[in-house]
Design a protein around this ligand. Sequence first.
Ligand code: AMP
Length: 427
Amino acid sequence: MATNDFQPVYGMTDIGPPEVYTWQQVEEQARKVLNKYGFDEVRTPIVERNEVFVRSLGDTTDIVQKEMFTFVDRGDRQLTLRPEGTAGVIRYVASCGQDALNGRFYYVGPMFRAERPQAGRRRQFHQFGVEMIGAALPALDAECIALQAHLLSEWGLSKFTVNINTRGLPEDIAKVGEGLRKMLSPHRGQLCADCQRRFEQNILRVLDCKEAGCQEMIKDLPPMTDFMADDSKRYFAEVLRFLELLKVDVKLNPRLVRGLDYYVHTVFEITHGGLGSQDALSGGGRYQISFGDRTIPGVGFAIGLERVIVALQSEQTQKWEQSHGVPLWFISLGTKAFEENLKLAMIWRRKGLPCALDMEGRSLKAQMRAASGRGAKWVVIRGDREIEQGLFQLKDLQTGVQEELDLPALLSKLAAAQIHNFGAPLM
Ligand code: AMP
């Protein structure tokens, strides 16, 4: 078989042990933090109708133009693997009653973008995101950013920067676009190929182009706020005031625009020093998304979990558990002992003690090797004699000491070693 037969699809990655344990703990901690803020989890389908994304993200955005995995199903429907989480959650909110209109939701799961894979960029990646549904209120935007900083620090991250800017309202965005077009048109020919296209369709994105030539041209442009109405500037000033009140450090970045059409007012992106060139850990902002006759306002963010894992490795502040290996293995000498051990293992697991046993009837030596290879601290050895007399050979693999015990003695030994306190009588 060619080695490719064992690989996942191009740009996608398996997540197995030991790394998967870090993932589980990261997700668990995130759920705990979100519960403190009164959030509900929502699980929307991974596949949506194509227009759910095209209409909300905007048909001139990079994601919609170049990156969506879109296909036609057997019923001739145009469907898309979700490239981000917000559109699906807002579609869900639009389908609910009035109550959802001030809901707070979080989601976690895979997203799909047909980008060129590189470090920090996969075709299937995972996001933890939140959506705080509600009309434009500076305090809500500030709370959303503060929550994000709280979550990152709860994970043990500190070397991050919260970059913030405002896009103003759609009217402001139109004015900013006009102003930028006027200023950039004499230099249009020098922009990169992507920005040539963006010039007509999505000029704001020229501001955050990473190409050196474009950077050179945009560095002297005035901040976007220069083109905005006073109300929008006041809104942003209020967001900054609330962030100060909540003691969240932010860095004003007048070039930050974010890629999607649905954003209005506040936008933000958190970068992390340990990530290399793809240094964005999370991004988000305030949005307004329309489905049918309903327009849903809210503010939210999405954190890339692959990048969180890399950032954690770079900071090394927390010791993440690497494996859930079981502390106790049964060793069976003979068929009778195996059947009794199998029964007892099931009972003990139901009582809460993680334990395992070899199923293949191998030699004592092979079973011992399997137990210590899988991280066991103790083994319980039984053969025909032990079964007949109700005895157990308990061996401590760290000290090598082996003792013959009856059941009550065995249980108190396990409790004393803090392996497990069965509490209720066993059988
Ligand atoms: P975005 O909405 O594109 O700003 O994405 C939010 C976060 O998701 C980013 O800050 C990254 O951490 C993560 N992310 C986005 N695209 C990818 C990708 N292709 N591979 C891995 N992580 C990604």
